[in-house]
Design a binder for this molecule. Structure first.
Ligand code: SDX
Length: 428
């Protein structure tokens, strides 16, 4: 096919190159559009048809339900890798050798102490503060305690700021959860595995020996892998946008956490559980809630359904659904909301409204069921999403900075008042 796109405006033809990715995706390169056409631009609210960058990190095909990190399928990674291995893959581009992973983990452990003064910031929050707001604040505050992480102009400095945040972020997550529960803040035990120590920091009680639960450990490791990256989603685009001004990594991550908080994005996992609970409290009438979701005059949406890119089953949802069944069975938990979730999913997959709009369960639909089985408070669900997404955000920020991408600055079409003279207040 021709590698040129031709645009005709006002009887004049303009040609633009078409770039092709390694998975045969095509993009019209309109870098010269505004200059060539005397200021004509494109408009695309929500960027549904607009690529922000070329990236080698994650590939997804929404029609076929394909998701790959650096070319490896999400199914294989979820089954055969562990989270720290996947974090290395996303950030450095290849699966680590044994000694590379060991050094990466050792460097992270070395950086997993958080300046004690950070506790004073945490203490300043009311117990009712939403953990995502706390985490966004503490992440940005890390810049003050690690000033060298702002100017990452080299791979070496990038590495240092990467291992620092991978060491300190899980501590902030555990402290945020423990603070809400009124538990003393701790550090776990760095002789343990990366995710193993996250579990210990989150769950350890001050008055008893912590016993690892391998079912929950494996479930969390898999969930973190499934959330690790997802190309140019809302929060990742935010991290790249903030980083494009050469703001530091931690300020960029803090912005990404805020974007993820929204119920249309990562906040959906909390909203799904609250919705399932509401359906249960209302007597389990899923048909009633399906009708609300289809009623345009009702702002209610079926949380955990639909996706900007997937117009097929989200491959992550498939894997998490199986894991949810396994975890609940292994723990001997009969969770009525899982049955409600399954009922909703089956009904939606038969309903013309959802089928016509290609609305399928997404990554957030089942994850909350496992988090709840793990005893994680519902307000911490999106924090767990952020914990998983951290390596993806780092990888995307690093790629943007190492490729020296320009500062992000979209244009607009002005639709306000035309030029008008000022009127003194006495005459208004
Ligand atoms: C994540 O981008 C990513 O990769 C995100 C993510 C990641 O890993 O980073 O995958 C994580 O954010 C998953 C999505 C979690 N959000 C939810 O579950 C919230 C519920 N879903 C939505 O609000 C919605 O589906 C979005 C926001 C996810 C996608 O919205 P789009 O692509 O902008 O689609 P749209 O709003 O234009 O909807 C198209 C149609 C509309 O109806 P019509 O105007 O055509 O009649 O579908 C309807 C919408 O009203 N619709 C829904 C619906 N989602 C879309 N109707 C009822 N319930 C829903 N959930």
């Amino acid at each position: 096919m021709s590698k040129i796109a031709t645009l005709e405006i006002g009887g004049k033809k303009y040609e633009f190159p078409i770039i092709e990715g390694t998975e045969k995706e095509l993009g019209i390169d309109i870098k010269t559009l505004r200059g060539a056409t005397d200021s004509v631009i494109t408009i695309d609210p929500g960027y549904k048809n607009t690529g922000a960058c070329e990236s080698a990190i994650t590939y997804l095909d929404g029609e076929k339900g394909i998701l790959r990190y650096r070319g490896y399928s999400i199914e294989e990674l979820a089954e055969k890798a562990d989270f720290l291995e996947v974090a290395y893959l996303l950030i450095f581009g290849d699966l680590p050798k044994l000694e590379e992973l060991a050094k990466f983990h050792a460097d992270i452990k070395e950086q997993s102490v958080v300046d004690d003064d950070v506790k004073k910031i945490l203490d300043a929050f009311p117990k009712t503060a939403h953990p995502m707001g706390v985490l966004s604040c503490l992440t940005s505050a890390l810049t003050a305690f690690n000033p060298s992480t702002v100017d990452v102009e080299s791979e070496e400095e990038m590495y240092k700021s990467t291992v620092k945040i991978l060491g300190k972020f899980p501590v902030l997550v555990a402290w945020t959860m423990r603070k809400q529960k009124g538990l003393p803040l701790n550090y776990g035990d760095t002789s343990l595995g990366y995710v193993e120590n996250i579990m210990k920091m989150m769950y350890e009680k001050p008055n008893e020996q912590y016993e690892q639960n391998n079912i929950l450990l494996n479930a969390l490791d898999k969930l973190l892998i499934l959330h690790a990256d997802h190309e140019q989603n809302c929060s990742t685009s935010t991290v790249r946008m903030v980083g494009s001004s050469h703001a530091g990594l931690y300020a960029s991550l803090s912005a990404g956490i805020s974007a993820l908080w929204g119920p249309l994005h990562g906040g959906a996992n909390q909203a799904v559980l609250e919705m399932l609970e509401a359906i249960k409290e209302d007597g389990g009438d899923t048909e009633k809630f399906m009708a609300k979701a289809k009623d345009k005059s009702d702002s209610f949406r079926l949380m955990g359904f639909g996706h900007r890119v997937y117009k097929n089953f989200d491959p992550r949802a498939k894997i998490i659904k199986v894991a949810a069944d396994e975890v609940l069975a292994d723990l001997g938990i009969e969770d009525p909301v899982l049955d409600i979730a399954k009922g909703l999913s089956e009904e939606a997959l038969r309903d013309a409204y959802f089928v016509d709009r290609k609305l399928y369960p997404n990554v957030d639909f089942y994850s909350g069921i496992i988090y709840r089985a793990m005893g994680i408070p519902v307000e911490m669900f999106t924090v767990m999403f952020a914990l998983g997404r951290l390596p993806g955000w780092i990888a995307q920020w690093k790629e943007m900075r190492m490729r020296k991408e320009p500062i992000g600055r979209p244009r607009q079409i002005y639709i306000g008042e035309n030029n008008r003279p000022f009127i003194d207040i006495e005459k208004r």
